[in-house]
Design a protein around this ligand. Sequence first.
Ligand code: GLY
Ligand code: MN
Ligand code: MN
Length: 426
Amino acid sequence: MNLTPPAEYVRRSKAVTIPAMMDTSLRPTEYASRRARVLRALKRGVGIVFAGEGGSLHDRFRPDSSFVYLTGIRDEPGAAVLFDPTNPDPLRRCVLFLKPRNPEMEAWDGFRPPIDAALRKATGFTRIFRTLALPGFLTDALRRSKQACCLHKFAVYDAPASPDLAVFRRVAERVPGVGIVDMSNLLPSLRAVKSSAEQLLIRKAIDATHEGHRSLLAILRPGVNERDLHRALETGWNRKGASGPAYNPIVGGGVNSTVLHYHANDQELHDGDILCVDAAATLGGYAADITRTYPVSGKFSREQRRIYNIVLEAQLAAIQAVRPGAYLHQVDAAARAVIEKAGFGDAYIHGIGHHLGLDVHDATPDGPLRPGNVVTIEPGIYLQNEKIGVRIEDDILVTPSGRRNLSAAIPKAADEVEALIRSLRR
Ligand code: GLY
Ligand code: MN
Ligand code: MN
């Protein structure tokens, strides 16, 4: 039997796939230093991070973001990184595993690279194996180390166990003396402190988002459909290099402004409506998350402006509460105090915000805020009977002395918003 793949398959797979598989917005050295930090933190313990499975014509593969954080690899379902700090061969202490190649699958899903010097260079891994070898490597690592460290987020009790815990349990049944410990805070705590290169990508995602909101405002008027505004957003941010939306855009007018995760985006807007736009771009793998609330007519009614200003005051109070050492629940309390004092406590029905990064709701570490964290601040008031939903959301970098609003350039004072609509409306 001839097992040699056709020459054309070999040629194409060598030529086309590494850039598609890797996120090239950060340098391979940044990924390597992240892996080195994990290896140090594990001490003698073994860790494994899986990319996850899936991907089809109907559902795009969404890799585990911690796997992307450690490798930059976005398009290799089934892949894994093994951390084996006690391996006597220093080159095998951090190893990448990729699924075996399958020419028939690749004809449907895209060509994949061979394991060769080009792949090792692009990924920064000096040792890459196929996942067929993973059970043997993991068993050997745990026989030496006797300590399995859970790095993945734990599943809730009515979902399947997290993938590393599931395989560790199976190895522990076969290798005496293996203990399993919780190190699930390690990756969230590393991911939460953004490097300067990551901060730059988040800023670029915010700049692109700003352009999206400006193109939306250029066509905002009574009679326009939310669908057209949604399209204008995407055209605007794509013009500035975005690779797509960071989450399903929320473009809700009238009563839909009060629906927190509204996604139909297909209704006509009416004079006098308020429009809540929670929509942002992703760029270089990093998300922005921005909400602005606009008057459809270009001018807030008296009641809309009153509610708007309460939310804005709450948001400014919360932003002032962001600093190293603060907990998000304390930041939330600063906003909630303003909204409750104004009599709308029951209409602020969600939390103040979340970490932002590779995911729009990024990994959340234990403990208080630290310099380098980026969090959203997004209080809101939702009054269904009045058809008024107001949320204002900015992206805030925690600095050693306090905070910096990365999205400060996107206007939000009521007068500024009205002036902006006047100036942009075509
Ligand atoms: N865009 C979703 C959120 O603000 O959390
Ligand atoms: Mn948010
Ligand atoms: Mn948002």
